[in-house]
Design a protein around this ligand. Structure first.
Ligand code: ARG
Length: 707
């Protein structure tokens, strides 16, 4: 199963990979990677927003480098039509100009402990599946409570290999994370959705944040008195570049992979997940784009939501293509065949593992229609149409307070309610959402069987509006308090429990969520069956190949992946080099397309070959490069390091041809797309003139830079 350079390894168990890594050129020791008693690489790796992206510390003053797309919503939140940092970029010239982001978190791993024994010893064979789950959940929460208290840290317990091993992770989580510098979109998101997930790439996908602590150096909420974090470790930067075949490694927080899925489940993923997501988002994005193109303010409001949606729309479309062209079905079937042969070679193996694949396949078969409905409902009503979710999240607390009649409670709830609603309306346009809601409700009704509809469709659309979803949505937008800020304010002038309880958006929202949870309840036996089967299958594979080093699926915990720099051939007669240069940016320049409109200043830098210490000896300027490091979503922003642990780039994407990689790694074509650290520095230094930032960076000594 394991091919060259595949693997998202656990850094605290990296010892098992050291021989291979060293042979491939790695110059550091396991303690340089992870050691809780000394400063090491893990201390410079940051999980942003609990796993949504990765960042790395690159100065003694807590400066964090990550991707532009990981900071997109913060950059947008500070922008207005007249002061648009997405378009113009943003550069703080001193600490006092750095912009706080109330929701942003940055977590740094303190240590990891194996708690498998503790958890496993709490269960026994006599317990039913549900009882087992409950006992494990309680045990986990005890472990978390205890260690949070003992260590004054954030704690989480994660399971590995389908509930076979459990580890406790302790983090310092910082809540004061400020925006320091971001290039304009025309650099940071150059190529836009056209180039997303593609190589060759010319995007300067980076942004800088800074972590702040209280004056004692501890995590703290935002305060003007806070000071920059003094990190345990900051990454040195290499200006020496790289060559084909050079060893590289990446440390970061990959979110989710399903590399062990069976061929049976593969069909389900293609039909019931990817196709659904692609279909619904295509419709939603078409409508959003129509409104965004007519109005600058709507464009700004929807830019971050649109990019998020489009990112996994394209992923879903191309994952299905790649699964087919990379013959993933065949690979999975072959593995299952080997497994089955091994199992049936011996009675005692058959007794333990004999049922594994049947359980998995029956579980999938019995749940897939419901899962399709669930994915459809989620895409259309929960992450598509915008009002249902916001009502569901905010109305209950307000209603409870109003029903209590207690003035104090009402005042508190009103304050929270109006703040949350104001946040929501900041990025909301009612015309856009009304058109979207109409289209998505209809799409759901056309594609899903009526017995799986949430109840509001029957009562409010079929009965009250004669099946006319458009009329129903018109009614919603006329009568609900949730569809405009004015209506919310009007409601809050004279709030009434009765009015809120009867709000048609809130009523629909409750019915949607109740159906959504209902789907899980219907599927629970099938799910348990599948989980049990997967646990047996994965453990069986590990037992079948005792000498093979298996790594667990990604689950937003810190991983290390090693590999090398290299080119690839994406198709017949096509060759892709392993790096791009500024010349390619200029070649893509097209002033009629905002995604490809290169800023004049960058054109000038190119014309004058004004690359300073960041350019190559032959007066070219590298922009992006590729490696075969094994990464996925969540790794965005991860440091790409050379054999000596010096920063040479920041990972920001994967390539279309290997979009099947989250399900099966492909050693020939799977690439990790990175922005070259020298391009990042060129933009900071020559484009933005932010010498204050350059001054705080740490550069690797040139004499240590010989390979
Ligand atoms: N594909 C990138 C990832 O998932 C995100 C790129 C964001 N850019 C965009 N054009 N939507 O990490």
């Amino acid at each position: 199963m394991l091919k060259a350079d595949e693997g998202m390894w656990l850094p605290f168990l990296i010892e098992q990979n050291m021989a291979t890594m060293t042979e491939k050129g790695f110059k550091l020791t396991k303690d340089d990677v992870y050691n809780i008693n000394q400063s090491c690489l893990k201390d410079a790796i940051v999980s942003l927003d609990h796993g949504s992206c990765t960042g790395e510390i690159i100065s003694e003053k807590g400066l964090v480098l990550t991707n532009h797309h990981c900071a997109y919503s913060e950059i947008q939140s500070h922008s207005t039509v007249s002061k648009d940092y997405l378009t113009e970029g943003f550069w703080a010239t001193s600490l006092s100009e750095e912009l706080p982001n109330p929701e942003k978190t940055a977590s740094i791993l303190v240590k990891v402990e194996n708690v498998t024994e503790q958890i496993m010893s709490s269960i026994s064979d006599t317990l039913t599946h549900d009882e087992c789950e409950r006992v494990i959940k309680n045990k986990i929460s005890d472990i978390i409570d205890e260690s949070t208290f003992e260590n004054n840290c954030d704690a989480s317990v994660e399971s590995f290999y389908y509930d076979t091993e459990y580890y406790l992770f302790l983090y310092n989580t910082y809540n004061d994370v400020r925006l320091v510098g971001a290039p304009p979109e025309s650099i940071g998101k150059f190529g836009g959705e056209y180039d997303n997930w593609e190589w060759p790439r010319h995007t300067g996908d980076f942004t800088l944040f800074r972590i702040y602590t209280d004056t004692a150096g501890n995590p703290a909420q935002y305060s003007p008195d806070n000071i920059p974090l003094k990190p345990k470790y900051a990454l040195p930067i290499s200006l020496s570049g790289y060559n084909e075949g050079d060893f590289t490694f990446v440390m970061g927080y990959p979110g989710y992979t399903t590399r062990f899925v069976t061929s049976h489940e593969l069909k389900y993923i293609m039909e019931c997940e990817n196709k659904v997501r692609a279909l619904v988002r295509e419709e939603k994005q078409r409508i959003w784009k129509k409104y965004m193109d007519t109005d600058e303010a709507i464009r700004l409001k929807y830019s971050s939501k649109y990019a998020k949606s489009a990112n996994y729309w394209k992923y879903s479309v191309y994952q299905n293509k790649a699964l087919r062209s990379n013959n993933v079905d065949e690979i999975k079937k072959q593995r299952e065949l080997e497994f089955s042969e091994w199992v049936s070679s011996n009675d005692s193996l058959s007794e333990i593992y004999g049922e594994a694949l049947t359980l998995v396949n029956n579980g999938i078969e019995e749940s897939k229609e419901i899962m399709r409905a669930l994915n459809f409902l989620y895409e259309t009503h929960i992450s598509g149409a915008e009002l249902f979710l916001v009502a569901y999240l905010n109305a209950p607390a307000m209603l409870k307070a109003l029903q209590s009649g207690n003035d104090e409670e009402i005042i508190d709830a009103t304050a929270i309610f109006s703040e949350k609603m104001a946040d929501f309306f900041k990025d909301y346009d009612s015309k856009t959402d009304k058109a979207t809601t109409k289209a998505l409700i209809k799409l759901f009704m056309e594609n899903i069987a009526p017995n799986l509809y949430p109840s509001f469709i029957d009562t409010d659309i079929t009965k009250k509006h004669k099946g006319n979803a458009d009329k129903y949505v018109d009614y919603l937008f006329e009568h609900s308090i949730f569809c405009s800020e004015e209506k919310v304010k009007y409601f809050l002038n004279k709030p009434s429990a009765k009015k809120l309880a009867k709000d048609p958006v809130f009523i629909a929202a409750e019915s949607i969520v109740s159906m959504y949870n209902g789907y899980f309840a219907i599927m629970s036996d099938a799910d348990n069956m599948r989980e049990k089967g997967m646990n047996l299958y994965v453990n069986g594979l590990r037992a079948m190949n005792p000498d093979k080093n298996y790594y667990p699926d990604a689950n937003s915990t810190l991983r290390l992946t090693y590999g090398e720099i290299g080119d690839y051939e994406p198709g017949d007669a096509v060759y892709y080099n392993y790096f791009t240069t500024l010349k390619g940016v200029i070649e893509k320049h097209d002033e009629t397309m905002p995604e490809f409109n290169v800023p004049a200043k960058l054109m000038e830098i190119f014309a004058n070959k004004d690359y300073g210490i960041y350019g190559n000896a032959d007066s070219t300027m590298n922009v992006c490069f590729i490696t075969d490091n094994d990464i996925t979503g969540g790794n965005s922003g991860s440091p790409v390091l050379n054999a000596r642990g010096e920063l040479i780039g920041t990972a920001f994407d994967g390539n279309l041809e290997s979009m099947s990689g989250d399900i099966e790694y492909d050693s020939d074509i799977q690439k990790c797309i990175n922005v070259d650290i020298r391009y990042i520095l060129l933009i900071i230094d020559k484009f933005a003139g932010a010498s204050n930032i350059i001054e705080e960076l740490i550069f690797a000594k040139p004499e240590t830079n010989n390979n």
